[in-house]
Structure formats: structure tokens, C-alpha cells
Design a protein around this ligand. Structure first.
Ligand code: SAM
Length: 446
């Protein structure tokens, strides 16, 4: 039994690696880092299965609690939950449930640390196959099982979005498509789309400059990628540069823009694609390694910015005292809006992270506001659906800064996995992640 993306790798071997990766995520390691530890030839198949497991982990844990009175040690528990997550729902299951169970038991038998647990796993999973419908029904009353998010997260989304919490949680459980931003300075969206279609790629327009691919592909195989004609970027993230620059008054000296939390440089590149040669972008990030990624990304696109490793919250260490026409503050956040792309996030975050990150965002907002020139703008954004990192943050800021004017802004965008339907008024952008945008203007002194 093999998986398509894993070529001739047996399924039991993939399940072994998925269980190991799940143990790492449960210990607080990001999904990306956990997958880096997987052998390259196994990685694509293991990633696909791990992401599916993370999207069904709440249900799997609830089922495991019904099958085993005491929770097993981390590795057998992870293998048991992996098998349950992948087989509890016939409709979404990548393999027939009995195949998964057989292969999970095989994985236990072939893993030295699990051999003593193989009979226990076999007994649990056979019982699951016999009593599946009743067991699933018995877990239906558990919100964590139904929505596959931690309870505190479900409650927070209910509180912040009382009308739409179910839509948000549902969208989080659907894999996001691969979305691209067209570098319209170099090629029109129609022309790139035509090139893609000649190559057999099916894509749909999203937002002003985006294309959503019907099926993901390795980025290097996308026509125009190496030439710098397009970049991977979600449609919501593509709004940042457009919001900041559209209607920004220009002077003869050109614009001076600060991207305060810039790495890996997706929005820096978009700003530069929209700007003129006489304009200047300073891109800061506190993380030196991530700054290298800004430089690499700009290099591929043939763009230039002043990239600096710096703490944006300490302007005395990096600011020359010259005011900026516009500042982009894409602040560090819980990333609760991009869960459909990173299904590990919901299991990695703690409830206390919201307040901790909101405090950092507040500090960044307060320290960056003085570097904006009167009449200039600051775009505050986070890839979060939590109001403490969005509306509440900005409301408090405007209350305490009488020179700040909140311009018409997108506010909280909810994640949605949809094909564009112009009939839905609420669905202007089409498919996108959850995001928050507030555009602030600094009033001119009277
Ligand atoms: C949401 S990510 C930015 C994504 C980026 N704007 C893009 O579109 O590619 C937030 C970034 O903020 C950086 N960061 C966190 N605290 C910072 C600080 N005090 N000063 C500068 N950068 C910071 C992180 O290293 C991270 O790269």
C-alpha cells in the first residue's frame, strides 16, 4: 500500500513518520520544523497525511479517550490518533478504514519503541472498526471533536464573531489553495493566465492582482516564477500594499516607506512592485535569518530595498530621524487567520498568547506612530481573526492618539475557501485567509 505523492513508500512507513511528527508538534515544534526531520523522499506524502491528521485531531483525541481509559505514552498515542484521524470519516478518508488500521498496526510492529504496544493498538483500532458509528456519535457532543480546535479557541471565535464563528472554524478545516500575486509591473494578469493555460494550468482570478491555482504545484514549475513575474501570496495579504499606497499623496522627492516587520518579504516585494524608481523602502525584521529571506525574495524579483536586522520597537537603534510617508506594520500575531494553510497553529498556541502578542503589537504601534509624517499613513495588519489583535487594538490606539484618524478600512476579513461568486455580496475577494487591516492617517497639525 503506497500513497501517490510518496511514490513507492509503503503506507505503514508514512504513518510511522506522521506519528513521530505529531509527537513533535504536541511538544511545541512547528509543523514545518517537524517535517524537516522527515526523510526528503517521504516528506510530500507525510506532509499531506500530517496536515489531514492535524485538521481532525480534536475528533481523533475524543475517540481515543473512548477507546483507552488511560492515555498511552506519546508515540503510541500519536500513532493511534493518526489512524483515528485518517479513518473516522469515510467521506474524507484517504484510504479505506480497514487498510489504515492494518497499516497502523504494521507500523507499530515495525517500530522498535512500539512493538510492545502493537497488540494494544490492534485491539483499540479493531474495536473502533466494529463500533465506529456509535463511537463517533458519542463524541459529537464534544465541541473540540466537532470543530477540531482547542476549546478555548472555539470560545474565543464565538465571542469575537458571534454571527460567523462556525463559518470561520469550518473554513479553517479546509486546505487552502495555492494563491499567486502577479507582478503587474512586468506582465498583466490576463497575459500570465494565458501563459499558464497554455501550460495546462487551471487558475481563477482573485482580488486585484491574484490568481488561485486549481491544483498546487512546485513553485519552480510555475511558468513565470523564475523570471519574477509572480509570487506565492494569499489574496488577503495582497490587500496590504494596495491599501497603504492607493491614494497616498506623492511629493517630488519620491516616497519613503517603512516595512517594519518585513520578513520573509512578501509585502515588501509587493510594495516595491507598486512603487516608482525614485521611491525608497526600508525593510526591518528582528530575525537575521528571516532577513536573508527578504533579500533572496527581492533578488528573484529584481527589486531593491534597504533591508536591516533591527527591533522596530527601538527606533533609536535604526532610525535616522527622517519621517516616513507610510509605514506598514504587519505585526507578529497568533496567526489565527492562516490556520487553513498551517493546521498545526491551533494546537501550538496557548490562550495566553493572545494577550502577550497584543501587548507586543501595542508597543510596536505606539513606537512606530512617531516616525510617520503628518499627513502620512500607517497600515496596521495581522493575520489573525481575534479582535484583541485587530479591532480592539486599533480602537484603543485611536482613543489614546488624537492625531490618528482611522480611514475606511477592511477591518476583520474572515477566512473563506470559495470559488468567486459575484452574487455573494460578502464574498468580494473570493478565496482568502483571515486577516485584519486598519489604515490610520496622521492628521496635519493645525
Ligand atoms: C507576520 S510576519 C511578517 C510577514 C511579512 N510582512 C510578509 O508579508 O512577508 C511578522 C514578522 O515580524 C517580525 N518581528 C517580530 N517582532 C519584531 C520587532 N520587534 N521588530 C521587527 N520585526 C519583528 C518577525 O520576525 C516576523 O518575521
Amino acid at each position: 500500500m503506497t500513497v501517490a505523492s510518496g511514490a513507492s513508500v509503503p503506507l505503514w512507513q508514512q504513518l510511522q513518520a506522521v506519528a513521530q511528527a505529531l509527537v513533535s508538534v504536541r511538544r511545541g515544534v512547528s509543523g514545518t520544523a517537524a517535517l524537516e526531520a522527515v526523510a526528503p523522499q517521504l516528506r510530500p506524502g507525510v506532509q499531506a497525511l500530517l496536515f489531514q491528521v492535524l485538521r481532525q485531531l480534536g475528533r481523533a483525541q475524543a475517540l481515543r479517550a473512548k477507546l483507552a481509559a488511560r492515555s498511552p505514552a506519546p508515540l503510541p498515542d500519536a500513532l493511534l490518533c493518526t489512524a483515528l484521524a485518517l479513518s473516522w470519516d469515510d467521506q474524507g478518508a484517504p484510504y479505506a478504514p480497514h487498510t489504515l488500521v492494518n497499516q497502523a498496526v504494521e507500523a507499530a510492529k515495525k517500530t522498535r519503541a512500539l512493538q510492545g504496544q502493537a497488540n494494544f493498538l490492534n485491539a483499540c483500532l479493531r474495536r473502533f472498526l466494529r463500533e465506529r458509528d456509535a463511537l463517533v456519535l458519542a463524541t459529537d457532543t464534544d465541541a473540540q471533536a466537532t470543530w477540531n480546535h482547542p476549546s478555548w479557541w472555539i470560545q474565543q471565535v464565538q465571542q469575537d464573531h458571534p454571527q460567523h464563528w462556525q463559518d470561520i472554524l469550518r473554513a479553517n478545516n479546509v486546505a487552502a489553495p495555492m494563491t499567486w500575486r502577479v507582478n503587474t509591473q512586468r506582465i498583466s494578469r490576463d497575459d500570465l493566465l494565458a501563459r499558464w493555460q497554455q501550460d495546462g494550468l487551471d487558475a481563477q482570478e482573485v482580488g486585484q492582482q491574484g490568481l488561485v491555482l486549481a491544483q498546487g504545484r512546485a513553485v519552480r514549475d510555475i511558468p513565470g516564477f523564475e523570471e519574477g513575474l509572480c509570487s506565492v501570496q494569499d489574496a488577503a495579504a495582497q490587500c496590504a500594499a494596495q491599501l497603504l499606497l492607493t491614494g497616498l499623496p506623492r511629493s517630488d522627492q519620491g516616497l519613503r516607506i517603512l516595512d517594519a516587520c518585513a520578513a520573509p518579504g512578501g509585502k515588501t516585494a509587493h510594495l516595491l512592485e507598486m512603487l516608482q524608481d525614485s521611491d525608497q523602502v526600508v525593510a526591518l525584521d528582528i530575525d537575521a535569518q528571516r532577513c536573508e529571506r527578504i533579500t533572496q525574495n527581492l533578488h528573484r524579483l529584481g527589486l531593491k530595498a534597504e533591508v536591516r536586522v533591527a527591533d522596530a520597537a527601538k527606533p533609536t537603534t535604526w532610525w535616522d530621524g527622517q519621517l516616513f510617508d507610510a509605514v506598514l506594520l504587519d505585526a507578529p500575531c497568533t496567526a489565527s487567520g492562516i490556520v487553513r494553510r498551517h493546521p498545526d497553529i491551533r494546537w501550538l498556541r496557548r490562550e495566553s498568547d493572545i494577550a502577550q502578542l497584543a501587548a507586543i503589537q501595542k508597543q510596536l504601534l505606539n513606537t512606530l506612530w512617531p516616525v510617520v509624517r503628518p499627513g502620512g499613513r500607517l497600515l496596521y495588519c495581522t493575520c489573525s481573526v481575534f479582535k484583541a489583535e485587530g479591532d480592539q487594538q486599533v480602537k484603543t490606539f485611536v482613543e489614546h492618539n488624537t492625531d490618528a484618524l482611522l480611514l475606511p478600512s477592511l477591518g476583520h476579513l474572515r477566512p473563506q475557501t470559495v470559488r468567486v461568486d459575484p452574487a455573494l455580496a460578502d464574498n468580494l475577494l473570493g478565496d482568502h485567509d483571515g486577516f485584519y487591516f486598519a489604515l490610520l492617517e496622521k492628521k496635519l497639525a493645525r
